[in-house]
Design a protein around this ligand. Structure first.
Ligand code: NIG
Ligand code: FE
Length: 415
């Protein structure tokens, strides 16, 4: 298949973009891309491709932007129920942390997720995955963490593997057993921490070997936060995960700074996410490392909070930045990376080009997948979107809608 005549073909070629390099879109005007067997086999000016492949089935993208599908590198895709009542409480003045401390928040989604049958969980999750795809996301990370017991955490992983196999959205799973202290361990959080590293991690490893043989292990993530897991507990879990061969992520400095960002650098985590309360020293350490900083602008927006991660100095210091939705039922029910881009332009002070690179090639780097997805280059997976606009800057500039007109995943038109 040949997709040709794009007003702007954004290739994002050349690998992940650090620091001041962020925003190199690699624009090819009147560009085209040739797709064979799910992969990109040529990227060139339309005239050249049309002349070389005159009989190829083709799609004209005249007057439209063609670019890589979005990669959403931080979501809590798989849960049951909703927390609309909690949203209303927050509007009346209760904080997220107060609701969590009084037994609501994550734990209320845990109750609903434990009760849900695997079919119910699949159906609710599939609906969100479908919406992500319609908004142009072709690959997404997805965390467990609403089970907080072996059986339900594995049920969440199973839903993720089944949806990934169903497609078309490609899912990169993360085990987040350390998302909250479950109600039955409320009086002994340390015992739960122990359970995570002593029993749950090896159980996940064994389960994975039999359910996803040959596939590399999922990420292990920890919510390092007041009221969730302390720095010491986070370290114990992540060190054990690393010993077992899991790649690492961390929720750091969302509400309080406990030192999670520095821990991510020390342990060589693939990414450190949130980073609202990160100190300037920790930002500098992150910038010098290969750990990707993942900013989640939908989260402060969802919580109606004024603070967003200060990423500009981080870029000046040559750091590697990605953005994600943080899709979850508590703080940010948003399936739309275009909205994350619009917020990133306004509150992270990124240009549309920078936000687009952070949502594609750098987001792929935050999943260790930048050799396969996130850009339009020969040999890469043919995951791309056609926008209904001629100028890429409409991403960011316009918000609240959907500029994605067509989605192609592994060479197939899926939307
Ligand atoms: O990334 N911070 C922890 N996890 C989510 C919130 C999850 C929830 O409230 O259900 C987050 O914001
Ligand atoms: Fe999160």
């Amino acid at each position: 298949m040949l997709i040709h005549s794009a007003s702007q073909l954004l290739t994002l070629a050349g690998g992940p973009q650090r620091g001041r390099d962020l925003g190199r879109l690699g624009i090819l005007e009147d560009g085209g891309v040739l797709v064979r067997q799910g992969k990109i086999t040529a990227v060139a000016k339309s005239a050249e491709l049309l002349a070389a492949y005159p009989d190829e089935p083709s799609i004209s993208a005249h007057g439209k932007v063609v670019m890589p599908g979005f990669v959403d590198p931080h979501t809590h895709l798989v849960w049951a129920g909703d927390r609309a009542a909690e949203f209303e409480l927050r509007l009346q003045g209760k904080t997220y942390m107060e609701i969590m401390a009084s037994g609501g928040g994550i734990v209320s989604t845990v109750r609903a997720t434990r009760q849900a049958s695997i079919e119910a969980l699949l159906a609710q999750t599939r609906e969100r995955a479908r919406r992500m795809l319609q908004y142009g996301t072709t690959t997404a990370e997805a965390k467990t963490g609403y089970g907080l017991e072996v059986q339900t955490e594995l049920k969440q992983l199973e839903v993720l593997l089944r949806l990934d196999a169903e497609g078309p959205l490609e899912i990169c799973p993360t085990f987040l057993g350390a998302h909250a202290i479950p109600p039955e361990y409320r009086d002994d959080p340390q015992a739960y921490t122990h359970l995570v590293w002593e029993e749950m991690l090896p159980a996940v490893q064994r389960w994975w070997a039999s359910h996803a043989p040959g596939r590399h292990l999922p990420f292990v993530d920890v919510f390092c936060e007041t009221g969730a897991f302390s720095l010491e507990q986070s370290r114990a879990i992540l060190e054990q995960a690393r010993r077992l061969g899991f790649p690492l992520k961390i929720h750091a400095d969302e509400f309080d700074n406990l030192g999670g960002a520095a821990l991510a650098v020390e342990l060589g985590a693939t990414s450190a996410d949130h980073l609202v309360k990160t100190s300037p020293e920790e930002w500098r350490a992150l910038a010098k490392s290969d750990t990707v900083a993942v900013a989640l602008p939908c989260t402060p927006f969802g919580l109606a909070e004024a603070h967003y991660p200060p990423v500009r100095p981080f870029l000046e210091a040559d750091g590697l930045l990605a953005i994600a939705t943080d899709l979850n039922p508590g703080t940010a029910w948003c399936e739309n990376m275009q909205f994350a881009i619009a917020l990133a332009c306004r509150y992270l002070h990124l240009t549309p080009a920078q936000a687009i690179a952070a949502a594609t090639i750098n987001a792929a780097a935050a999943l260790g997948m930048s050799d396969r997805v996130g850009s339009l280059e020969v040999g890469k997976q043919a995951d791309l979107v056609v926008l209904s606009v001629a100028d890429y800057r409409h991403l960011g500039y316009r918000f609240g809608g959907n500029l994605v007109e067509r989605v192609i995943k592994r060479g197939e038109v899926v939307v």
